[in-house]
Design a protein around this ligand. Structure first.
Ligand code: AKG
Ligand code: FE2
Length: 282
């Protein structure tokens, strides 16, 4: 038991040193662009998104800025038909899942022709992810969900304010598939609390690799004094790029549900299995 505890402490110390030290990080991470299409210089939109992410931990734009009208309507149609299926089992009680939800065990296979799968692998997203995470990065997981209506004003369970597990940063791309106002339970983020942000070090949690880091009640009031929560209301097609090493939560859907997809990307150096694959032979 003593040896186990010692090993655990040692690995925590090593993880903490690795995540905090830029020098060690650059030694062990592979500093090259994974995506061939990263060889051309970033566009103005890509640059401004990466700047927003570095400074605030969050950035938004509309999907129609990167998709043609035909591409947009084809992915919209595919998502539309997905809602007709039964939701899969869910592990978060405020969400119904139409893709994903059984992480970390499930493996999801996508048709290479699927517009939704093509969107998750869109060169624009890959370039932004690569430029932001500054490392060989991977799409590890995909979700599509609809919130459940809730009448309580209290955040409970996985809906409480938290940081997602990450050695440093991870990037989630959320897309709204309906219009989301305050009644619909928008995604809420606390700017500048991400790994690169001004307020990150005000809330150290010993360990970032395993579970999410939920805030104590005291730390919640400290957080609210430091930075104002940003409620991401937005029209259908709004894309929210977010470094979820910063504090966030899913808002409460009071009278309207929220439909949203999530693409999850991590630097390759993180020990996280890829849970999405293209189905071969179709
Ligand atoms: O549903 C949401 O708005 C947030 C869920 C969440 O915490 C996450 O995807 O990391
Ligand atoms: Fe989260």
């Amino acid at each position: 038991m003593k040896v186990k505890e010692f090993c655990h402490k040692l690995s925590d110390a090593a993880i903490s040193l690795l995540s905090r030290s830029d020098f060690l990080w650059s030694l062990v991470s592979i500093r090259r662009n994974w995506f061939e299409d990263c060889t051309s210089p970033p566009t103005d939109l890509e640059k401004s998104i990466v700047e927003d992410l570095k400074r605030d931990g969050i950035s938004c734009f509309h999907l129609s800025e990167i998709l043609s009208a035909q591409e947009y309507s084809s992915v919209e149609k595919e998502i539309g038909s997905t809602w007709e299926r039964e939701p899969t089992v869910s592990n978060k009680d405020f969400l119904e899942y139409y893709f994903g939800g059984k992480y970390p065990d499930e493996m999801q296979f996508f048709d290479p022709q699927s517009s939704f799968w093509r969107l998750a692998n869109h060169s624009f997203f890959r370039r932004v992810v690569s430029n932001y995470l500054g490392d060989v990065s991977k799409l590890i997981y995909v979700e599509l969900n609809r919130t459940k209506l809730r009448h309580s004003a209290e955040l409970e369970g996985s809906q409480k304010i938290h940081r997602d597990p990450a050695l440093r940063s991870c990037l989630k791309i959320f897309i709204y598939w309906n219009n989301v106002n305050r009644e619909g339970g928008p995604f809420v983020y606390f700017p500048e609390t991400h790994f690169h942000g001004r307020f990150f070090s005000k809330f150290r949690s010993g360990r970032f690799v395993s579970g999410s880091h939920y805030l104590s009640v005291n730390d919640q009031s400290k957080l609210r004094k430091l930075t104002r929560p940003l409620s991401c209301v937005g029209a259908k097609g709004t894309v929210i790029l977010c470094d979820t090493s910063g504090f966030h939560f899913g808002g409460i859907s009071k009278t309207k549900t929220r439909e949203m997809s999530t693409f999850v990307y991590y630097p390759r150096i993180e020990p996280r299995p890829v849970r999405v694959k293209e189905r071969s032979g179709s």
